[in-house]
Design a protein around this ligand. Structure first.
Ligand code: ATP
Length: 819
């Protein structure tokens, strides 16, 4: 076939992209189709068809087989009766006598015909019953096999292509019934008619077969041409399918329009469509030529058959009556034989697609989850021990000899450049991937020995690409596994900042989350990310893995997540993969990956103190537009701290904040004493707020702060003069001023340089007389601040501006700014 238009198209399509777009094995099998291969494969195919049908509808299969056997027998009886009746009717004697003699045969003929018709109706009804069941069963076996496979199966090259081919095989499975029925029916007719013909004269059958063979060959050739053409344009059709998706799906629709890409994509689509059409036209022409040759040869061999029959008559080898009966029997044989050829070819084609289905099941079978059956307990420690992992077909390892651990109650950050292995390590730790070398253990037990469902029940996983299930919003959060009541769902959504999503949807939690369905809704990227986070918070797995969980969130959303992290992590081991290094302040430990290896780990301060350390470099890079002492590399930072004259008091505050970041995260205001010690942290978000020593149930945050200041820090200063600020509206986050109030002492007693400028968010700081400070802070804070200042009669107030906001009014840079 080389040199055909079709094959030419195939080569060009592959060349277009410089990659193999893949052929499925059905197409390969069809390409090699010949009379011999078709015949050779038939028994196995019939066996497959029978096994599948037996699985789905045993009674129907039994009745079908009985019907087929009865149909064949009736056909043989009918044919024998026909020859007998014809022999008698065209023989010598009076017509009444002949009719009388032929009557029994005629009655058998009529009875057999009627019974066959009735059986035909039964067979058709049963076939219609079994056929869809076959496809449904094949489809269900495919789904079961796919979700029972290890995750890594999806990373094998061409997995998607083979899945497509297998799905087509599953659809084609319904054809098995009609194909097999046709084949069995034709075979039964053939046997019956052949018996009759052989009885009439043994020479007639080989003569007839001679006439059929050329037609069979031409049919198989035509199929072969059709398949080859189909196969040759596989790459084109696959690319057309992909382009069709891009041109019609919602997700790329905006990019295609904004990028004015429609013209280019349509041009590509038409280019491939033209090639498919050209290939089909060429195949149709060649097929017609083959069919014409086949028919011509068959015509000649039919002539031969008639010549043979005449020769038998002339040679008195056969009587005229028998010759007449033979003509009818030969017609039956011919029809049956041709029916068999067509049915066998069709069945072969179906079988080829089905082979894709079977080979996919086998392939997935090779990756079937085959792990242990131990059920993990209340796991405390999740560990990677010398773990290496390579994705199938990739050139190098994604992880090499990695040691890592995270225990319950701990929040560990995973950082590193793109492709350094963070996601891979989180998937290994969650038991989604299995290590090639080394092992992942949960409380010392290798995850391979743990029962996968039980293991994943302990995992709350927020991947980078979160699924948008076409289910209700509630099911999208509960993942279809509700526990507790709706309040738990709402609580999880609130913790993830998704409560506003529920509120804005017309049907709230019951809203169908898919625009494609009538009445469904869709969300923005960030809103979907909030939903994905709600899932993890609702699930309350022992291991909480969040892979870039705030990448799509606004500042408010990110604040909610990060401030709520400690609370969400309570009782869990938490791994946070992030490129937002500012988040690392709120974690217990940081692990830095580079090219699949752990190169640094420790607390943030420890890692930032490593001269030329990877994290220090990333930190400096990320903060290069934010040159305050807090974000400068370690050396620079030290110099700036010295420049700012860090005092004992500030150092103690710095230490406190580093050790206990949670209160500060939730704070909009701090009150310090003259040594820079924390007197009050004002909580902003009560529900997402935590204390380093833990909150006591039902304890008001402000009370918790007072208790903790006394218990943890031993501060027993005049707590009665502390400033307290109620929960503020969440939207103030972006413009909030962080006020540090030196409320109790005159200005001379404190040094502005002692301010604890540990936070990158702090942009400017200074000491101001109370009246100026009051102008600078938001109104909600000013009221409280005034009351405190009145009570304390402090002479100056230290004000730090937060985030990207400079003080809106007032002498922002008076005093000694440290940024
Ligand atoms: N499905 C895959 N098949 C082949 N290689 C992969 C696959 N997924 C990841 N890799 C490779 O494995 C390495 C680690 O990838 P991984 O996704 O773990 O990195 P990452 O640190 O999470 O990156 P990012 O910051 O971009 O999310 C990379 O070299 C990547 O190209």
């Amino acid at each position: 076939m080389k040199g055909d238009d079709a094959v030419g198209a195939e080569e060009t399509a592959e060349e277009d992209y410089g990659i193999s777009l893949g052929w499925d094995s059905a197409e390969k099998a069809l390409r090699g189709a010949s009379v011999a291969t078709i015949s050779g494969r038939l028994p196995a195919l019939l066996r497959d068809a029978f096994a599948l049908a037996w699985r789905v509808d045993r009674p129907a299969v039994i009745v079908l087989l009985v019907c087929q056997a009865a149909t064949g027998t009736l056909q043989a009886a009918g044919l024998l009766a026909t020859t007998r009746a014809i022999g008698v009717l065209i023989g010598p004697g009076a017509i009444t006598v002949r009719l009388h003699v032929a009557l029994p045969a005629l009655l058998v003929l009529g009875g057999a015909g009627t019974a066959r018709a009735l059986l035909g109706v039964t067979v058709a009804a049963l076939s219609r019953r079994v056929a869809p069941q076959l496809s449904a069963e094949a489809e269900s076996m495919l789904l079961t096999a796919t979700y029972s496979a290890e995750l890594v199966a999806f990373d094998h090259a061409g997995f998607g292509d083979r899945l497509d081919a297998a799905e087509r095989g599953a659809v084609e499975a319904s054809e098995l019934v009609s194909g097999t029925q046709d084949l069995i029916a034709a075979a039964a007719s053939l046997v019956a008619a052949s018996l009759v013909v052989t009885v009439l004269h043994p020479l007639l059958l080989p003569l007839l077969a001679l006439g059929i063979v050329p037609r069979w060959i031409s049919l198989v050739r035509s199929l072969h041409i059709e398949y080859t053409s189909y196969q040759a344009t596989t790459a084109d059709r696959r690319m057309m399918g992909a382009l069709r998706w891009y041109l019609t799906d919602k997700y790329p629709a905006d990019q295609i329009r904004a990028g004015t890409m429609v013209g280019h994509l349509m041009e590509r689509y038409l280019h491939h469509a033209d090639r498919v059409r050209a290939s089909e036209r060429a195949a149709a022409w060649r097929s017609a030529k083959v069919a014409a040759v086949g028919s011509a040869v068959s015509g000649l061999t039919t002539l031969l058959l008639w010549a043979g029959l005449v020769a038998l008559l002339i040679g008195h080898q056969i009587s005229v009556a028998r010759a007449g009966a033979a003509v009818i029997a030969l017609q039956s044989v011919s029809t049956a034989l041709w029916g068999m050829v067509v049915a066998a070819s069709r069945l072969y084609r179906t079988g080829a697609y089905l082979a894709d289905w079977r080979s996919f099941l086998n392939e997935v079978g090779g990756h079937r989850l085959a792990r242990g059956s131990s059920v993990p307990g209340d796991t405390q420690m999740f560990r990677a021990e010398g773990v290496s992992f390579s994705y199938p077909g990739s050139d190098g390892p994604a992880l090499s000899d990695v040691d890592f651990e995270v225990r319950r109650g701990e929040i560990v950050g995973l950082v590193g450049m793109n492709g350094s292995g963070k996601t891979t390590l989180s998937k290994l730790l969650s038991g989604l991937l299995l290590a090639a070398d080394g092992r992942i253990t949960w409380d010392g037990v290798d995850v391979r020995e743990l029962e996968p469902e039980a293991l994943w029940k302990q995992v709350s996983y927020v991947p980078q690409q979160y699924a948008r299930f076409p289910l209700t919003l509630e099911a999208n959060i509960t993942l279809g596994q509700p526990h507790g009541g709706t309040d738990d769902v709402v609580e999880a959504a609130r913790a993830a900042g998704a409560d506003m999503v529920i509120a804005k949807l017309k049907h709230g939690l019951q809203t169908m989350m898919a625009r494609v369905f009538w009445g469904g809704s869709d969300l923005s990227g960030g809103e979907w990310q909030r939903v994905a986070l709600s899932r993890a918070f609702y699930r309350r797995g022992r291991l909480l893995v969040m892979d870039e969980p705030t990448s799509a969130l606004d500042a408010q959303g990110e604040h909610t997540i990060i401030t709520g992290l400690r609370r969400q992590s309570r009782g869990r081991a938490t791994v946070l993969v992030t490129h937002r290094l500012s988040c690392l302040r709120y974690l217990d430990r940081v692990v830095v990956l580079k090219a699949g290896q752990v190169i640094e780990q420790g607390t943030l301060d420890e890692l930032l103190a490593i001269p030329d350390g990877e994290l220090a470099k990333l930190w400096a890079l990320q903060q290069s537009d934010d040159r305050d002492p807090a974000v400068a590399p370690p050396g620079e930072r030290a110099a700036e701290q010295a420049d700012c004259g860090e005092t004992e008091g500030a150092a103690s505050l710095t230490g406190y904040l580093a050790a206990h970041p949670a209160p500060l995260m939730a704070a909009d205001a701090l009150i310090l004493d003259e040594q820079g010690r924390v007197l009050l942290v004002d909580p902003v978000y009560k529900e997402g707020w935590d204390l380093p020593g833990g909150m006591i149930e039902d304890e008001a945050p402000a009370d918790g702060v007072l208790r903790e200041l006394q218990e943890e820090l031993g501060i027993a200063a005049d707590l009665g003069r502390l400033l307290t600020v109620d929960t503020v509206p969440k939207d103030v986050y972006g413009r909030t001023l962080l006020a540090l109030v030196y409320a109790a002492r005159p200005k001379e007693a404190v040094d502005p340089a002692a301010l604890p400028l540990q936070r990158s968010e702090v942009r400017a700081a200074g000491f101001f007389p109370p009246e100026e400070a009051l102008e600078m802070v938001p109104e909600y804070l000013a009221r409280r601040l005034k009351a405190t200042l009145d009570a304390t009669r402090g002479s100056h107030v230290a004000v730090l501006t937060h985030g990207r906001t400079q003080p809106a009014s007032g002498p922002a840079n008076r005093g000694r700014p440290c940024s």
